[in-house]
Every structure is written in structure tokens, then in C-alpha cells.
Design a protein around this ligand. Structure first.
Ligand code: SF4
Length: 346
């Protein structure tokens, strides 16, 4: 019998899942995964940075923060035509959803109107749309919804008690407030975090507990592995054991059974065997093709070959075949590459 969807996980319960013997944890996560999803289907999204760099925030992982010398060149918001051309190319390459990230702390109303125009045009191509623009108020979220935006990405980054070590220019509550505005506007949420930033396992459990105890589980949960970028404060932090990353995916799957769990930033640094373990543990979404905001993503051909070796198929193929899994298409989103939820870096 399928386990009920819960929003009342205690920290101790989540920590106990992390502490299970590895094979036991994977078995449990995979069993939950099969109850809710086709275990051989992976949703594919493409992400484009539509406004890069120059961000006033101080997220310690992010090369787009203006205060760090990372070599990222600030670029203004792209034109509608330029974004549409990239979205069409992504669609031609097999993406079903197009995520647009902009490095703003919080967009001005005039920025939101420009993005709304872009959303309308991308939606017109028949793609689902997702945006990650930073903190939004209720009116801005409603404007984007009216333009046809399907998903909004806004990540919690890490556990509440570790947040102050990573970001000093905003509060955890700011994140929760934007998520509430987004939900109230009727947008689907894409919300996850980053692991490997020097947090403890207890704090990884805290991130996943907070996500699972939101009023509604995010439809999409990106789990990012820190990509260390020279010039950022987190460059040089001790790397996370890959099996600990797999555990994080497995626990996310158990806590949020119906959500799409996405392998996001850090996938390029992961070998194929670790990715395969992640798919077994419950990951069922990836970014594909385009650059993951400001750092690279495995190229399309490599991903295609990996899918073939693992007998995975993309959900686009499932949809064309009009099978029972088409409903999963409705339950996913794209998301920002890395963490912040505004336009994070990857
Ligand atoms: S993660 Fe987002 S909010 Fe933070 S510095 Fe980067 S672009 Fe700005």
C-alpha cells in the first residue's frame, strides 16, 4: 500500500533515514519511487540564463554575485526573440520544459513585465515554462501566472540553522514568503537546495525536513551538489562523499514521494555510476543540453548515451506514446541550476 503524503516529519525521523544502512535506504527509496513513478522515465528540462551576473546578494556558492571575482561577465536581460530562439532549439533537442533564470535579488515590476512577455512567447512554442528571478511579491507572482508561467523556482538552499553561514543579505523567512506568494498565485513550485557546502548530515536532514513540511510538497525538488567556483567563498570546501549525495536523493524521495526529484548542479562532476545510483534512489529529472546557468552541463550526446546504457527514456517519449505516465509530465518543473532560487549559479 502506498505510504501517505506527510508534512509532519520530525528531524529525528529524517536523521534516522539518513542513518539507515545504504542498501536498506536505497531499497526503501526505490520502493517508494516505484509506487509513484515509472522507474525508467526521466523528465528533461533545459535551463537558460536570461540575465547573468551582477547580483547584489552574497550567496557564498555563487559566481554571479557581483562582489566575488569569478570571471562571470554581467549581461543584461535577453530580448524576447533571442530567448525564443534558444527555447526552440531546446525543444528541438527534446526538452519539454524551459527554465529561465535571472540574477536578481528581487525583480522590479518593469522587469517582471518584460519576463512576462518572454514567458508568453516561450509558452507559445508549446513548452512548459519555469522562471527563477529572485524574491517576488504576490502581485508579481500573479502577473507571471497570467502570462502563462507554469512553475517558479525558489530554493531554500540549506537548513534554517546553516543559512546564516552561507547568505547574509536575506533571511530564510524571505524564501518562505516568496514560496507562499508563488503558491497563492497558483504557480507550481520548484524548490530544493544545495548539499556539499560544508553542512553536517544533520543539516542536510534539516533542509529536506523543511522542504517536506512545506504546506504543499514542491512539484519539483532540485537537489544540487555544490559546484566549487574559484573566487567564491565556498571554493575549497571539503567535497561531499558521493554516497552521501545518493543518500540525500533517497531521503528526498522517501519524504516527498510524488514530487519530481531533480539532479541539478553538480551532475557534470558525477560519474555515470553515481548518476545511475541516483536514478535508482529516486531521481527522475535532469537538466539537459544547455549550460546550467554559468557552469557547464554534460553534453547532450553523453546524456543520450547514458540513458541508453541504463534503458531510461525521457518523459517526452512517454507523452508521445500517450501512456499512463503522461500524468507525470504535469508534475514536474524546471528550476534554477544551483540553489538560490533567484537565478542561482551552477
Ligand atoms: S545565488 Fe542568486 S541571489 Fe545568490 S548571488 Fe547568485 S544570483 Fe544572486
Amino acid at each position: 500500500m502506498a505510504q501517505p503524503i506527510r508534512h509532519d516529519w520530525t528531524r529525528a525521523e529524517v536523521a534516522a533515514l539518513f542513518a539507515l544502512p545504504f542498501n536498506e535506504l536505497l531499497h526503501r527509496a526505490h520502493s517508494v519511487h516505484r509506487e509513484h513513478h515509472d522507474p525508467n522515465a526521466v523528465q528533461v528540462s533545459t535551463l537558460l540564463s536570461i540575465k547573468t551576473g551582477g547580483c547584489p546578494e552574497d550567496c557564498a556558492y555563487c559566481p554571479q554575485a557581483a562582489r566575488y571575482d569569478t570571471g562571470v561577465e554581467a549581461q543584461k536581460l535577453m530580448s524576447v526573440d533571442a530567448v525564443v530562439a534558444r527555447a526552440q532549439a531546446a525543444k528541438d533537442a527534446g526538452a519539454s520544459r524551459f527554465c529561465m533564470g535571472a540574477a536578481w535579488r528581487s525583480p522590479k515590476d518593469r522587469d517582471v513585465l518584460k519576463v512576462a512577455e518572454i514567458v508568453r512567447a516561450v509558452k507559445g512554442l508549446g513548452l512548459e515554462t519555469c522562471a527563477t528571478l529572485g524574491m517576488l511579491n504576490g502581485e508579481q507572482a500573479a502577473t507571471l501566472k497570467q502570462a502563462g508561467l507554469d512553475y517558479y523556482n525558489h530554493n531554500l538552499d540549506t537548513a534554517p540553522e546553516f543559512y546564516g553561514e552561507i547568505i547574509h543579505t536575506r533571511q530564510y523567512q524571505d524564501r518562505l514568503d516568496t514560496l507562499e506568494h508563488v503558491r497563492e498565485a497558483g504557480l507550481k513550485t520548484c524548490c530544493g537546495g544545495i548539499v556539499g557546502m560544508g553542512e553536517t548530515r544533520e543539516q542536510r536532514a534539516g533542509l529536506l525536513q523543511t522542504l517536506a513540511n512545506l504546506p504543499e510538497h514542491p512539484e519539483s525538488v532540485p537537489i544540487n551538489q555544490l559546484v566549487q567556483v574559484e573566487g567564491t567563498p565556498l571554493n575549497g570546501v571539503q567535497a561531499l562523499d558521493p554516497f552521501e549525495f545518493v543518500r540525500s536523493i533517497a531521503v528526498a524521495r522517501i519524504l516527498m514521494p510524488a514530487s519530481m526529484v531533480r539532479l541539478s548542479a553538480g551532475r557534470q562532476q558525477m560519474d555515470d555510476a553515481v548518476q545511475a545510483l541516483c536514478f535508482f534512489a529516486g531521481a527522475n529529472s535532469i537538466f539537459y543540453g544547455e549550460k546550467l546557468l554559468t557552469t557547464g552541463n554534460p553534453d547532450v550526446e553523453h546524456d543520450r548515451a547514458l540513458f541508453k546504457r541504463l534503458d531510461l527514456h525521457s518523459l517526452e517519449v512517454v507523452e508521445e506514446a500517450n501512456t499512463v505516465h503522461a500524468d507525470i509530465m504535469e508534475a514536474d518543473s524546471a528550476g534554477c541550476g544551483h540553489g538560490c532560487g533567484c537565478s542561482a549559479a551552477a
